[in-house]
Design a binder for this molecule. Sequence first.
Ligand SMILES: NC(=O)c1ccc[n+]([C@@H]2O[C@H](COP(=O)([O-])OP(=O)(O)OC[C@H]3O[C@@H](n4cnc5c(N)ncnc54)[C@H](OP(=O)(O)O)[C@@H]3O)[C@@H](O)[C@H]2O)c1
Length: 244
Amino acid sequence: MTRLNGKTAVITGGATGIGLAAAKRFVEEGAFVFIYGRRQEALDAAVSELGPNARAVKGSVSDEADLDRLYAAVKAERGTLDIVFANAGAGGPLKLGKITAKHIDETFDTNVKGTIFTVQKALPLMASGGSIILTGSSAGTTGASGFTAYSASKAAVRNLVRTWAEDLKGTGIRVNVLSPGATATELAKEALGEEGQKAYGAMTPLQRMADPAEIGAVAAFLASDDSSFMTASEVAVDGGLAQL
Ligand SMILES: NC(=O)c1ccc[n+]([C@@H]2O[C@H](COP(=O)([O-])OP(=O)(O)OC[C@H]3O[C@@H](n4cnc5c(N)ncnc54)[C@H](OP(=O)(O)O)[C@@H]3O)[C@@H](O)[C@H]2O)c1
């Protein structure tokens, strides 16, 4: 497919997991992709896998100066930007009773503040036809035992696109949230452990976790003109987990 021919995309958290799967799909469909994250080694490995139509910029979504460097790199090489996949996210479990201010700050800094500035700082490079995709989570709808800060941060991410669709009226830029269920990535392994992953697979109506490529395929749909009448939507890619 060549749905993304000639388009330029930024994918935060693009070196691993869902972000990397989306980057592969975007490149396959014709896009030029900038991936962004904090670990140089992971970025280098991903770029060598993605090939000549990928670049990496190292930085944190929680750091505004880092994001400025990202968009300066996009502007210098490509001039404009068509797609932003604000996908970087993090957050482990801490049961109610054990929650700390540091845990809340770290989770919200990445998932909420990081998502807001990733998008806000991209806008000067975007024009009509642009597509912004945020990564939410089934946990933003259902809650998830022990994941107070993470689930609340993802509920906030879902809400961002409602306000932004209104704020972006008249620009021709669309904004949607893609909400995965349990997906086989490092984050799921670390946050849930082996037993937790099995439990989430079993809880899911499709009886398994997602492969990251299944999330990347929907990100490509939302990035492309095939979703041209969609904005402010939440697209659940969760095997039914949060839908029953
Ligand atoms: N896997 C699941 O079951 C699941 C379910 C629902 C939603 N999600 C969401 O999907 C998204 C991707 O996660 P994943 O499952 O693919 O796990 P992952 O492989 O751990 O990906 C997370 C990515 O985010 C990057 N990242 C984290 N903090 C960052 C920061 N401050 N600045 C820049 N990059 C940062 C990480 O890179 P560095 O560490 O190198 O910075 C990493 O590449 C997240 O938003 C997650 O909440 C995942």
